[in-house]
Ligand binder design. Structure first.
Ligand code: ADP
Length: 630
């Protein structure tokens, strides 16, 4: 077994890999950028090496710096995680050439699967069913158009070099084809530097089914069954599960068998995923499921496979990379129970899912299910990287039980002031069609209005806040023996019926009458001069009228400048450590099609700066903190 491992990644996946490496007695080396100097993966690793500035292209994406870090620390192997350099065949080759072990497939396997058209051609040859379509070399627009016409609409135009849901256009009718082709090519050229496309039949009622495969250096390949990742927003996975609902043995045998064939065709070593698309208009059927692409790395959603098979896939990766055979043979693998994973993002569903950055002043996800995360309370969500903050992984004997457990956890997510999609996830998981296993990739887009929660508090939440405020009032008057700063759960106010509390949420002020024996769901907790209420995955901050309560933006008297509304940073005119004068412009935001300047409230030093040009920020994000000059 390799003795030491450098992890060329960050966040939850770096922490995930460290966990297994530590259990196996492997020394771990983290790498980090400026923004991650105090990140959890750095704190958890045995050693850590600084590899550059915050933008990934100057740190996590610079192969030479990572290999140099591995050399400097005497690491024996490099694990790339997912994203970043994980599917970069040149980097894999450079790792191998410098005498290190690459925890991943051979570079030629990565290359073979790197372009969608070449991969599909290869799969055709290997006898793996592929989505009907056109893969031709001839890219003349008129030819592409004729091919689309003969496939029959709707069709999907896909960039051959595409990935991450980018570079795809659905075309519903022949008249739209040329416009869609041009826009797809433009996006492909700017995102991937390659504007070639392929055309596929657009599958109606499509389900995304993928199969986990594993190969070793002895030539063995097994599958670890399927996952269903049909719940997607803008082609990005939101909730994944294993096994797939409605999967029968014949279809499973067909799709898992095809996946093994696909892996064998590219001489595959390590963890990989073969993605298929199924036409589920008449349920899952063995002859209606086609190869889409292969991801030559460990996937974000690998935990659901671990939960139903009882295996640790990172351990499998490290064993295979060390030259050991696969830990189990195909006939030793089986499925027990059901598992669901929800991706918790720092984003604001109520504002077009804009990423939300800032410090996690309050961060409590519960402890009853598996949670893979790379952050803790007090850590920062920076604008530089993917805003996923945790994966909530629930398992149960049945699908219903797994959903119940996931919902329990989602309802109790407490995160503040960073916004999350917890309530959105909870609504998706509680949806009757989802519960019935009626999933396809149109699920989220077709139900988006009912899935995005109302950002204003319900009457019950106002009541809970008022009750909790009252408890604080009692305490400040010395009247009761309450501990108002503890969390209040289902607080019962046995008080006079005409008690009234005035409080404010954002711009709205209400006077709430506290009834006798009032009982409400949720948790309230005091934070600074705000009362936070967490309810069904949402977070609300209330203030007594006249107090800022941390609930509104821009209370600059203490030197903190918060973004007044969701927007995009268009310029940053100060740097950390700068001396600035009262009224000096520090940051310009573009929000609601207007520019807003944030200026220094007094003379001082820029003590904290949490904004990068081009970054999206949500309302209430701490952008700058000025300390008074002494
Ligand atoms: P990427 O590499 O960008 O992730 P994929 O080829 O994996 O692109 O496709 C991403 C998603 O797009 C799939 O999960 C599926 O929801 C949808 N999709 C892909 N191909 C088709 C198709 N032929 N018909 C309908 N939907 C498709």
């Amino acid at each position: 077994m390799i003795r030491s491992l450098l992890i060329a990644n960050r966040g939850e996946i770096a922490c995930r890999i460290i966990r297994t490496a530590r259990r196996l007695g492997v020394r771990t080396i983290a790498v980090f950028s400026d923004a991650d100097a105090k990140a959890l993966h750095v704190r958890e690793a045995d050693e850590a090496v600084h590899i550059g500035p915050s933008p990934a292209r100057e740190s996590y994406l610079v192969g030479e710096k990572i290999i140099a870090a591995a050399r400097a620390t005497g690491a024996a192997a490099i694990h790339p995680g997912y994203g970043f350099l994980s599917e970069n065949a040149d980097f894999a080759q450079a790792v191998i050439d410098s005498g290190l072990v690459w925890v991943g497939p051979k570079p030629h396997s990565i290359r073979a699967m790197g372009l969608k058209d070449a991969a599909k051609r290869l799969m055709d040859e290997a006898g793996v069913p592929t989505t009907p379509g056109y893969l031709g070399e001839d890219q003349v627009p008129e030819r592409l158009h004729r091919e689309a016409d003969s496939i029959g609409y709707p069709v999907l135009i896909k960039a051959v070099a595409g990935g991450g849901g980018k570079g795809m256009r659905r075309v519903n009718a022949s008249e739209e084809f040329q416009d869609m082709l041009q826009s797809c090519k433009r996006e492909a050229a700017s995102s991937f530097g390659d504007d070639r496309v392929l055309i596929e039949k657009y599958i109606l009622r499509p389900r995304h089914i993928e199969v986990q495969v594993f190969g070793d250096t002895q030539g063995n390949v097994v599958h670890l069954f399927e996952r269903d990742c049909s719940l997607q927003r803008r082609h990005q996975k939101v909730i994944e599960e294993a096994p797939a609902p409605g999967m029968d043995e014949a279809t499973r045998a067909a799709v898992c068998g095809a996946a093994v064939k696909a892996a064998q065709a590219v001489d595959y070593v390590g963890a990989g995923t073969i993605e298929f698309i199924a036409d589920a208009s008449e349920g899952l059927r063995p002859d209606r499921i086609w190869f889409m692409e292969m991801n030559t790395r460990l996937q974000v959603e690998h935990p659901v496979t671990e939960e139903i098979t009882g295996q640790d896939l990172v351990e499998w990766q490290l064993r295979v990379a060390s030259g050991e055979p696969l830990p189990l043979r195909q006939e030793e693998l089986g499925i027990t129970g059901w598992a669901m994973e929800a991706r918790l993002y720092a984003e604001d569903p109520a504002h077009e899912f804009l990423p939300s950055t800032g410090r996690l002043d309050h961060f409590e996800l519960g402890r009853h299910i598996r949670i893979d995360t790379g952050v803790e309370e007090g850590d920062r969500i920076s604008p530089y990287y993917d805003p996923m903050i945790a994966k909530l992984i629930a398992r149960g004997a049945s699908r219903d039980e797994a959903i119940e457990r996931l919902l329990d956890t989602l309802d109790q997510v407490e995160v503040w002031p960073v916004k999350t999609n917890a309530a959105f996830l909870a609504r998706a998981a509680a949806d009757p069609d989802f519960r019935a296993g009626e999933v396809d990739t149109a699920f989220i887009p077709s139900k988006i209005d009912s899935l995005v929660p109302d950002p204003s508090p319900s009457d019950a939440v106002w009541n809970l806040a008022a009750n909790a405020m009252l408890a604080v009032e009692f305490e400040t008057r010395g009247g009761s023996g309450f501990d108002p700063w503890r969390a209040l759960q289902g607080f019962r106010a046995n008080s006079e019926p005409d008690l009234r509390v005035a409080l404010r949420h954002g711009a709205e002020t209400r006077t709430v009458q506290i009834g006798r024996d009032e009982e409400v769901e949720g948790v309230a907790t005091a934070s600074g001069d705000a009362m936070l209420v967490f309810s069904e995955g949402q977070a609300f901050a209330f203030a007594l009228p006249g107090h800022s309560g941390g609930a509104g933006g821009g209370g600059a008297s203490d030197g903190t400048l918060l973004s007044p509304m969701p927007g995009r940073v268009i310029s940053v005119d100060a740097r950390q450590g700068d001396a600035v004068a009262k009224g000096q412009k520090l940051i310009t935001l573009e929000a609601m099609k207007m520019e807003h300047s944030l200026v220094a409230p007094f003379d001082g030093i820029v003590a904290e700066l949490n904004a990068a040009e081009g970054a999206q920020v949500t309302e209430g994000t701490l952008l700058v903190r000025i300390e008074k000059a002494h």
